[in-house]
Design a protein around this ligand. Structure first.
Ligand SMILES: [Zn+2]
Length: 147
């Protein structure tokens, strides 16, 4: 208590009510922009673009892509790195490597299989659409109207 009294001896407290002060902004008021600037300045690498936001893609996809880029997903490896006690950091799908974002999305055999199936399905859909377009464009009595 004596130490506290000695430390407070040189300070003069103004006659006003206590209030919260947001130290990230000059005004002391909370702003989302001040938080965004703080995060940009402290967690993004300078050489990387600040934000890569594709407007035609859903917001949640943009956010997820950003989290993958920043390696911010709760993978087993990241959870372990943050000190969370887990049984194993090995990928539960293939048991071949540590479960990192890079492994999950680019190297895991299961992910590769899914991408292959999606690619084949997308190719089948495109081929089907092209077949329909061919049918409409080859029929002299039908007119294809592109919007
Ligand atoms: Zn895997």
């Amino acid at each position: 208590m004596e130490n506290l009294r000695l430390k407070m001896e040189d300070h003069i407290l103004p006659n006003m009510l206590d209030r919260w002060f947001w130290s990230l902004s000059c005004s002391g008021e909370f702003t989302v922009a001040s938080v965004r600037h703080f995060i940009d300045d402290h967690s993004l690498v300078d050489s990387a673009p600040k934000t890569l936001w594709i407007k035609v893609v859903l917001k949640k996809i943009n956010i997820y892509a950003g989290r993958i880029k920043m390696d911010n997903l709760p993978t087993r490896f990241n959870l372990s790195r943050r000190g969370i006690d887990i049984d194993s950091i090995i990928c539960p799908n293939c048991n071949m490597a540590a479960e990192t974002s890079n492994h999950i999305f680019f190297h895991c055999p299961m992910a590769k299989d899914i991408y292959k199936r999606i690619t084949n399905s997308a190719a089948a859909v495109v081929a089907g659409v092209l077949d329909v377009v061919k049918i409409y464009t080859s029929a002299p009595y039908l007119h294809l109207k592109l919007l």
